[in-house]
Design a protein around this ligand. Structure first.
Ligand code: SF4
Length: 197
């Protein structure tokens, strides 16, 4: 595991791709997992703030995700309990509209089979956004449709929308998410962390 995390941290496969983006940044893989983790978060890719700090979900998206999960930063960043393994481990850069580029496919094809094997004992998995849902739920359905069918997967797996501020409108249009899914997610996470009252 340490070896795998170290090999991911040393990966530079996308150096040319990232150098060609507007930010012309270099790879900075943020590989955040340990063999004891029983909760796994599979998101899209780090944003710029995460790229700068080396800490996953260290931004407003992370604050919203932690709120959905019902846990504080200390618990979220306890690597022995929570693994964070996005579809790409590096910030991909921005597109012409200033949105994050999609995660380079080469990252999941290069690393995720090994990460899946290393985290085979995970008991609760959050699958965030279309890219992760495509791979881990084998669906090409729109995110809204996949998340609306969350009861098909709970309590071991929860498909989620990205917690980005860009999805604030989505949350308003889909009040069932925070009213119905989030309480079950919080209870499942508390149960897994041994914090059920
Ligand atoms: S995104 Fe993945 S494949 Fe690309 S350089 Fe980073 S760790 Fe390597």
């Amino acid at each position: 595991m340490t070896d795998l995390a170290a090999r991911i941290a040393a990966c530079r496969l996308c150096a040319d791709r990232f150098a060609a983006t507007r930010t012309a940044h270099g790879p900075r893989p943020v590989a955040w997992f340990a063999p004891t983790a029983r909760i796994r978060v599979i998101g899209q890719a780090p944003g710029m703030r995460v790229h700068e700090t080396g800490l996953p979900f260290n931004d407003a998206s992370g604050d919203r995700l932690r709120d959905w999960m019902g846990i504080d930063r200390a618990t979220f960043y306890d690597k022995s309990r929570i693994a964070i393994t996005p579809m790409a481990f590096c910030f991909p850069g921005y597109d012409a509209r200033g949105s994050d580029l999609p995660p380079p496919k080469i990252c999941a094809t290069t690393w995720h089979d090994a990460v899946d094997a290393a985290l085979a004992e995970t008991r609760l998995t959050l699958i965030i956004g279309a890219h992760a849902q495509r791979r881990y739920l084998a669906t090409r359905a729109p995110v809204t449709e996949t998340v609306a069918a969350w009861r098909d997967h709970a309590p071991r797996i929860f498909p989620l929308p990205h917690p980005s501020w860009r999805n604030t409108g989505w949350l308003k249009r889909n009040p069932w998410f925070e009213a119905e899914l989030v309480p079950v997610l919080r209870a499942s996470i508390a149960d897994e962390l041994g914090e059920t009252p």
